[in-house]
Design a protein around this ligand. Structure first.
Ligand code: BG6
Length: 314
């Protein structure tokens, strides 16, 4: 096996769909499907899965894969006239063999560059030409980084606007034992109450019923604490001011064909997003949005992520 193959391997996944496996020397790994440019697995160096993917997920176009990290572009949810969450999550992306260079090069060899361009079909519903480059990197310590670069390639001189989310499904042991820190006291739009604006009260966020909120202008660092697992996920983001928190709970879970009735107990979506203010690009302009995930033992950061500290630290 060549060293290249150890770090990056292109192979077949469920239903013969192409996937890329990233591996780091200490044992962590990640999987990315070309269908959707969709990360479906992120494992730590003990081989434990850190992302939730439904046992009922349908790995078959045109249905987006339920779980992992769907890419929502050019529209978040039903905030516009396109299909919910846009079309990028159910298009087949390509491997980008010659991506434009990044100013900062990580030392990791476990990365893949994907690209999605507008198709004739997509131009009918969203008449804009774009190049969407996605780099997925597994860091030497097992961190997972996604960087999106979206460029307006319109030749008609027109700007375009879009909303965006990395719709990350975290795997948790028991949703009622989970706490999210970093979003307290922030304003949010409640999708369950006609997107009305409220202010979050009290301490860290906990879960006892359905939640579907878009927190606005959040800190760049959010923590998801799983008490039972004694594990904390730390989400860091750039270029993505908002954060969506979603759990369908029991009733909605039962209504989703590609989601088990009880699976809501073992997942939580915390999504680095740009929703409230759409991003506008003139022809030739490029936008970047980055999300970095790490998983650390809870004792490491429990109690340290009070909102003031989160806001102050990088
Ligand atoms: C969340 C939205 O991001 O995604 C929810 O806020 C939505 O409103 C959920 O229900 C799942 O969306 P979908 O299209 O993948 O079923």
């Amino acid at each position: 096996m060549t060293s290249e193959k150890v770090h990056v391997e292109v192979c077949k996944g469920v239903n013969g769909l192409d996937k890329v496996v990233l591996r780091e020397i200490r044992g962590s790994s990640a999987e990315v499907y070309l269908y959707g440019g969709h990360v479906t697995s992120w494992k730590n160096d003990h081989g434990e899965e850190l992302l939730f993917v439904s046992s009922k997920a349908i790995f078959k176009p045109p249905k987006a894969i339920r779980g992992g990290i769907p890419i929502c572009f050019p529209q978040f949810s039903n905030h516009g006239s396109l299909e919910p969450h846009g079309f990028a999550r159910n298009r087949v992306w390509s491997i980008d063999s010659e991506p434009p260079p990044f100013p900062l090069n990580s030392s990791s060899k476990a990365f893949i560059d994907l690209i999605l361009k507008s198709s004739e079909e997509d131009l009918k519903t969203w008449p804009h030409s774009f190049e969407f480059r996605l780099r997925v990197t597994l860091g030497p310590g097992g961190d997972l980084m996604l960087i999106s670069r979206i460029r307006n390639t319109n030749t008609d001189g027109k700007a375009f606007s879009f909303t965006f989310a990395y719709h990350t499904y975290f795997s948790v042991s028991d949703i009622s034992e989970v706490r999210v820190e970093g979003l307290e006291t922030l304003d949010y739009l409640d999708n369950l109450q006609n997107k009305e604006r409220f202010t979050e009260q009290g301490d860290a966020i906990t879960f006892e019923s359905e939640v579907d909120k878009i927190y606005l202008s959040t800190p760049t660092k959010i923590a998801i604490l799983d008490h039972e697992k004694k594990r904390t996920f730390v989400l860091r983001k750039d270029g993505l001011p908002d954060a969506v928190v979603w759990n369908p709970w029991d009733k909605k879970a039962k209504a989703m064909a590609d989601f088990g009735d009880e699976e809501y107990k073992h997942m939580l979506c915390v999504e680095a997003a740009a929703v409230e203010k759409a991003i506008t690009l003139k022809p030739g302009e490029e936008w970047r949005g980055r999300q970095e995930l790490s998983a650390v033992p809870s004792s490491y950061c429990s109690g340290q992520l009070d909102p003031r500290r989160v806001l102050q630290s990088t």
